[in-house]
Design a protein around this ligand. Structure first.
Ligand SMILES: Nc1ncnc2c1ncn2[C@@H]1O[C@H](COP(=O)(O)OP(=O)(O)O)[C@@H](O)[C@H]1O
Ligand SMILES: O=c1ccn([C@@H]2O[C@H](COP(=O)(O)OP(=O)(O)O)[C@@H](O)[C@H]2O)c(=O)[nH]1
Ligand SMILES: [Mg+2]
Length: 212
């Protein structure tokens, strides 16, 4: 075999190995944006049309909090009410367990990673196991987000954090802890920013282009 041919052959083997490695990894899209930006609403639409599994970190934490005798129930409730972020070991293990239990490979991870501790803990535990496709970022001003959360609370969300006092703290966390994470991914050109102030269907028109 000529040198050129053996080089081509090796290249093909390498590409094969690479695609095998990628196929064995979870495909994930992180979904970020302020409280009430519409992350959950858009994730439902993506699931309906593109068949991803939607994992909301907040929902998983609320589920864990509700379990009778949960070791972490009180800690989670305190963080949620204060708009602060639960330590990554708890959230990451809930996410990983849900991913494994689903038996699927394609996930929307909604509302995570929210701070540096989340990012570092996730990278350490899951970095080698996932292929991060992109970060879907719903950009929405504070006033619009606040009104949506207050309406969600008034409509009976039952959430202990859909009130003005908690919302102020949630925004504080969002600006100080989550925005730097979005900037971190922006530096890697992984952020797909969407104007989330429009109606859900208009927002989704932009979202679906990213998945088609
Ligand atoms: N584009 C939108 N325009 C108006 N209201 C919206 C929009 N998207 C979501 N909502 C409403 O705002 C509230 C927050 O939406 P949600 O999807 O739960 O946001 P998040 O998960 O980002 O907190 C919900 O009551 C939802 O029905
Ligand atoms: O990775 C996460 C996701 C959520 N939360 C907590 O759960 C709350 C509600 O998060 P959720 O994503 O449900 O709120 P949303 O942004 O959708 O309104 C947050 O304010 C945090 O206190 C957390 O600690 N870690
Ligand atoms: Mg949500």
């Amino acid at each position: 075999m000529s040198e050129f041919k053996s080089c081509m052959f090796l290249n093909r083997i390498l590409r094969g190995v690479q695609s095998l490695i990628m196929a064995s990894k979870y495909n994930i899209v992180f979904v970020l944006g302020g409280p009430g930006a519409g992350k959950g609403t858009q994730c439902s639409k993506i699931v309906d049309k593109f068949g991803f599994i939607h994992l909301s970190a907040g929902d998983l934490l609320r589920e864990e909090r509700a379990k009778p005798g949960s070791e972490y129930g009180e800690l989670i409730e305190n963080h949620i009410k204060n708009g602060t972020i639960v330590p990554v070991e708890i959230t990451c293990s809930l996410l990983e367990r849900a991913m494994k239990d689903s038996g699927k490979m394609d996930f929307l991870i909604d509302g995570f990673p929210r701070n540096q501790n989340n990012l570092e803990g996730w990278n350490k535990e899951m970095g080698e196991k996932v292929n991060l496709k992109f970060v879907l970022f719903f950009n929405c001003p504070l006033e619009v987000c606040t009104q949506r959360c207050l309406d969600r609370g008034a409509a009976g969300s039952g959430r202990s954090d859909d009130n003005l006092e908690s919302l102020k703290k949630r925004f504080d966390t969002y600006m100080n802890a989550t925005m730097p994470i979005i900037e971190h991914y922006e530096e890697q050109d992984l952020v797909r920013k969407i104007d989330a102030t429009r109606s859900p269907d208009e927002v989704f028109e932009d979202v679906e282009k990213l998945f088609s």
